[in-house]
Design a protein around this ligand. Structure first.
Ligand SMILES: *[C@@H]1O[C@H](CO)[C@@H](O)[C@H](O)[C@H]1NC(C)=O
Ligand SMILES: *[C@@H]1O[C@H](CO)[C@@H](O)[C@H](O)[C@H]1NC(C)=O
Ligand SMILES: *[C@@H]1O[C@H](CO)[C@@H](O)[C@H](O)[C@H]1NC(C)=O
Ligand SMILES: *[C@@H]1O[C@H](CO)[C@@H](O)[C@H](O)[C@H]1NC(C)=O
Length: 395
């Protein structure tokens, strides 16, 4: 038994030795389109010959005080730099300009001097970090979409809700597509669960190497309210943030205006609607950005947004005032609406009266159509059920 174990172990050891050329001396993460430094420390002795390789291809050579680039690989042309002043200090680090996805891999730095050969192996990873996260509802909030782009490697996207949805209820469709540069765009769509305002939808993006986590959430709500009362438009976000900005905006007919902003750091409030709106700073700091609205009946969408580092939380409140009281800008619209309804009702009433009197005339003067006959039959049925006076009124 023990002997078998030893055999297995030595086999694994042989295989691993064959696979790995050399245990890397350094791991480096290069950021796409940024400069990257591949480290190579050595013991200086003067007049070194330096060669940098990517796998087996020469990407930079240095000899007798100057670069030797005639055998340099095409892909690295004009992108590699050694700092001669640093060489004297035992630093043969290679500066790689404008890193790209193809730059990931295994590098080797070889330093030849009077002290012999010194080698370093470097593993370079390449990453295009997540820079944005975008969440929105579409098709009248039948679905929620979450997206981001220009990311490498492809990130992981997860959905959750607050409160938690039943197990298995979330069935998003997620697409990850690479562009010509190899950078990924990710887009995910989740159908709305339940009624409009049942859930807050939370989208989380995890970068492949676990270096970043971005979160965005969205909630929609419809509010119908009577006029004349002070109204608290709710905005509760599913997590507590440390440093953030709260922004309330009002949107109607594609026009948006900022109503109020709040900065958590200095707790400074900028209020554009003056005495009509307010927030409670203590509540806001706990993730409750509810907006108090007073003596202002602007129907429209009130959007609350908490923005923080790698975190965005949006609540859309579609507010409609149903009261008769007008006088404010918002009130004008509902006043017009009421007038329209009244005119419409009157028109209907007049048309109805006209049709009725016409029908009465027809019944007395003309021969009965089938429809009339049916109607009369109905009336006869009614006669049996109702009192005679009522019937007279009906006829
Ligand atoms: C090194 O370069 C100098 C000029 O920079 C040249 O005079 C000398 O011959 C070169 N030596 C070798 C060994 O190439
Ligand atoms: C080595 O040189 C590079 C520039 O080529 C520099 O950025 C880096 O800090 C140096 N490393 C050390 C340990 O001094
Ligand atoms: C708002 O914009 C959308 C497209 O951007 C357009 O289809 C719609 O007609 C606009 N509505 C109004 C009221 O301007
Ligand atoms: C949120 O804050 C408002 C006042 O700003 C308050 O009326 C409401 O009760 C708060 N909600 C919660 C859940 O704390």
């Amino acid at each position: 038994m023990a002997a078998a174990n030893i055999e297995v172990c030595s086999l694994i050891w042989i295989i691993s030795m064959a696979v790995c050329e050399k245990i890397p001396d350094a791991y480096v993460t290069c950021i796409v389109s940024k400069d990257c430094i591949l480290p190579c420390p050595f013991k200086p002795a003067g007049s070194e010959v330096i060669q940098w390789y990517r796998d087996k291809t020469l990407i930079h050579g240095f000899n007798n005080g100057s670069d030797m680039l005639d055998q340099q690989d095409e892909h690295y042309r004009g992108r590699t730099f050694l700092c001669p002043e640093q060489l004297a200090l035992g630093n043969a680090s290679l500066l790689l300009r404008n890193s790209g996805i193809e730059d990931k891999g295994r590098y080797r730095c070889s330093v030849h001097s009077a002290l012999g050969d010194q080698e370093s192996a470097i593993i370079a990873k390449v990453e295009a970090p997540i820079q944005t996260i975008y969440i929105a509802s579409s098709s009248g909030f039948k679905e929620v979409t979450c997206s981001s782009k220009d990311i490498y490697p492809a990130p992981q996207l997860l959905w959750s809700t607050a409160p938690s949805a039943p197990f298995g209820a979330l069935k998003p469709t997620t697409r990850k597509t690479a562009n010509a540069q190899g950078l990924y765009a990710v887009e995910s769509m989740q159908k709305r669960l339940g009624k409009l305002s049942d859930f807050t939808y939370v989208c989380t993006l995890h970068s492949y190497y676990g270096t970043q986590t971005w979160t965005a959430s969205l909630r929609e709500r419809e509010i119908f309210c009577a006029s004349g009362k002070e109204l608290a438009i709710p905005c509760l976000i599913p997590m507590k943030l440390q440093i953030f900005t709260l922004t309330w905006t009002f949107t109607r007919a594609n026009k948006s205006e900022v109503i109020l902003t709040f900065h958590s750091v200095n707790q400074e409030i900028s209020n554009r609607w003056q005495n009509h709106t307010r927030v409670d700073p203590d509540q806001v700091l706990t993730g409750n950005g509810s907006l108090w609205l007073q003596s202002l009946e602007n129907s429209g969408t009130y959007t609350c947004e908490f923005s923080a580092f790698q975190s965005h939380h949006i609540v859309h409140n579609h507010v409609g005032f149903t009261g008769v009281k007008a006088a404010t800008e918002g009130g004008n619209q509902s006043k017009l609406w009421i007038i329209a309804v009244v005119i419409g009702a009157m028109a209907l009433f007049i048309t109805g009266m006209f049709v009725c009197s016409k029908q009465r005339d027809n019944r007395t003067q003309l021969s009965r159509t089938t429809e009339d006959a049916l109607e009369i039959q109905h009336m006869r049925t009614d006669e049996r059920e109702k009192k005679p006076q009522a019937n007279q009124q009906l006829l």
